[in-house]
Design a protein around this ligand. Structure first.
Ligand SMILES: NC(=O)c1ccc[n+]([C@@H]2O[C@H](COP(=O)([O-])OP(=O)(O)OC[C@H]3O[C@@H](n4cnc5c(N)ncnc54)[C@H](OP(=O)(O)O)[C@@H]3O)[C@@H](O)[C@H]2O)c1
Length: 244
């Protein structure tokens, strides 16, 4: 893998990648997505159909430096999300950095449309479910497999949600999607950084895109702070200029 921005160098292995994706100790919300050249984020309903070894390596290294992985319930359902796993070496490097061996996992759901028997609830590490007061009352079964955090009465308040994570020491947030969750975070100006892998594919119409039909007026602006290349994929890292 080649680094092109901020400087020219070769990136060899996960440890180098974790240095590229290192995060500050203060609150930081990073969103990580992959899209086709024409902005499509799923093929056959899955993002992995666009991915490749370099993107997967970056995906794992971003997990390896985060306090918590934040994901929308739609992505959990579509991608059959399982518990977060890292290899022994990555876990060891986390511990050396003073982190827990694994990042936490937080699922956002407004309606509680989650199956407590789903693979994501099978780990010894209980995920957080960030939801509404109504769901917390009506779905006591979720409380048996997850720590349910109320982030609003009848809708999930994203600012409250990030504050609730911070209160638990989870300040370095990696949002792995999906597009509905990304739209809310962008609308509320809560995204510090967008890591977008451009897959060398044109998919055409009939697929989900990064922000769907949501329009941002004025447009949100970003600075390109990192660029890697491998396997014909471009792994970009954009810093939000609207958060400064
Ligand atoms: N290319 C990529 O990098 C990438 C990454 C992730 C996902 N995807 C793709 O995206 C597709 C799924 O799209 P999606 O829009 O359904 O994903 P999503 O954003 O993960 O899920 C939407 C659902 O998450 C919950 N949610 C998200 N934001 C919320 C908010 N602010 N407040 C309350 N609830 C919120 C709601 O769950 P409830 O319905 O339970 O209320 C909502 O219906 C899949 O095809 C997946 O493969 C692609």
């Amino acid at each position: 893998m080649r680094q092109l921005i901020p400087d020219l160098s070769s990136i060899d292995g996960q440890s180098d990648l974790e240095t590229v994706y290192a995060l500050p100790a203060s609150r930081h919300v990073r969103a990580n997505f992959i899209s086709s050249i024409d902005g499509v984020i799923e093929l056959k309903g899955l993002s992995r159909t666009l991915s490749g070894p370099a993107d997967r390596a970056a995906f794992m290294s971003m997990r390896a430096v985060a306090d918590v992985v934040l994901v929308g319930a739609g992505t959990v359902r579509a991608e059959r999300y399982g518990p977060i796993k890292l290899d022994d070496a990555a876990r060891g490097r986390r511990v050396e950095r003073g982190l827990q061996p694994l990042p936490g996992l937080a699922i956002v759901s407004g309606t509680g449309g989650l199956d407590p028997r789903a693979p994501i609830f099978a780990a010894s590490q209980r995920p957080l479910v960030l939801t509404t007061a109504l769901v917390a009352t009506e779905r006591p079964d979720l409380g048996q497999v997850a720590d349910v955090v109320v982030c609003g009465d009848d809708r999930v308040d994203t600012t409250f949600m990030l504050d609730a994570l911070s209160e638990r020491g989870l300040v370095r947030v990696l949002c792995e999607g999906g597009p509905t969750l990304l739209k809310s975070l962008l609308t509320d100006h809560l995204v510090d950084e967008l890591c977008l892998t451009l897959s060398p594919v044109i998919a055409g119409s009939g697929h989900r895109s990064l922000t769907g039909d949501r329009s941002f007026e004025p447009p949100l602006t970003f600075d390109l702070v990192g660029l890697l290349e491998a396997d014909g994929m471009l792994l970009t890292r954009y810093r939000s200029l609207d958060r400064e």
